[in-house]
Design a protein around this ligand. Structure first.
Ligand code: E4P
Length: 279
């Protein structure tokens, strides 16, 4: 199942695109009202971010007005899909857009019969509003399930876009019910990413990693301190040994006269002479 973002907020769309999970975007006048600015500029920017279908909704209530608005949207980018509400005028506009090769998303679908008609008129996307049905105590998922069955039985090419998603469970249910696409608010996409055990697991792994690295670093520094100490001891031993060797050498030198002066040597030889003289 494809994932669309249901928003006109450029930053949210950029983030979802970076996550590599964005297949398209749906906007509507209420979502646009939240961000303001130029709707056309926003649509152009969204179409630059995602190559997937980007729904731009008409507000005219008559077919001619819808066609006028929709044709202008279609000129903004190649991936624009004109969003048209389910109504008698809407069906006519969808049918004429199809003749012109302009793709449409039929919105505000609340029954499988409405979805069937939108598909027959030529809409590429059919948008049942799951959450708004749930809000009035009707099971929105039934419409998704029925349309999926109808489209499969009759080989209908239109795609079912599960809209008005209120929670992550709606996404799972939409996928299992046979929706081709689910369009979600950014917050629900975030909720789908997170799980308390995942987040806890990441924290624990990080803490264990840090502990292990600290222990390894402490071991390395202890080993190097020990090595330094050994070297120092060896050096001082060597110095000490060298000094005594020098001392020995110096004593030896004194004995064999190599290190002595002529004056030093004289009495020795004199002594020998004296003793030999005495013999
Ligand atoms: C979809 O295309 C609609 O814009 C959207 O899902 C409506 O959701 P809502 O019922 O939360 O306004």
């Amino acid at each position: 199942m494809k994932i669309f973002l249901d928003t006109a907020d450029i930053e949210e769309i950029r983030i979802a695109a970076r996550w590599g999970v964005l297949d398209g975007v749906t906007t509507n006048p209420s979502l646009y009202a939240k961000v303001g600015g130029s709707y056309e500029d926003i649509l152009r920017e969204i179409c630059r971010i995602t190559p997937g279908p980007v729904s731009a909704e008409v507000v005219a209530e008559d077919a001619e007005g819808m066609l006028r608005e929709g044709r202008a949207f279609a000129k903004l980018a190649r991936n624009i899909v004109v969003k048209v509400p389910m109504s008698e005028e809407g069906l006519e506009a969808i049918s004429r857009f199809a003749d012109e090769g302009i793709k449409t998303n039929c919105t505000l679908i609340f029954s499988s019969n409405q979805g069937l008609l939108a598909a027959k008129a030529g809409a590429s996307l059919i948008s049942p509003f799951v959450g708004r049905l749930d809000d009035i105590n009707q099971d929105g998922m039934i419409v998704i399930r029925e349309l999926a069955e109808m489209f499969a039985i009759h080989d209908i090419e239109s795609e079912i876009l599960s809209a008005s998603i209120r929670n992550p469970l709606h996404v799972t249910q939409s996928a299992l019910a046979g929706a081709h696409i689910a369009t979600l608010p950014f917050k629900i996409l975030q909720q789908m990413i997170h799980h308390p055990l995942t987040d806890k697991g990441i924290t624990t792994f990080r803490a264990d990693w840090d502990k292990a690295r600290q222990a390894a670093a402490a071991k390395t520094s202890a080993a190097s301190a020990e090595a330094t100490e050994t070297t120092a001891t060896a050096a001082s031993l060597a110095t000490a040994t060298g000094a005594s060797a020098d001392e020995k050498g110096s004593r030896k030198g004194s004995r064999n006269g190599s290190n002595g002066t002529a004056r030093d040597a004289a009495p020795k030889s004199g002594g020998r002479s004296r003793s030999s003289r005495g013999r």
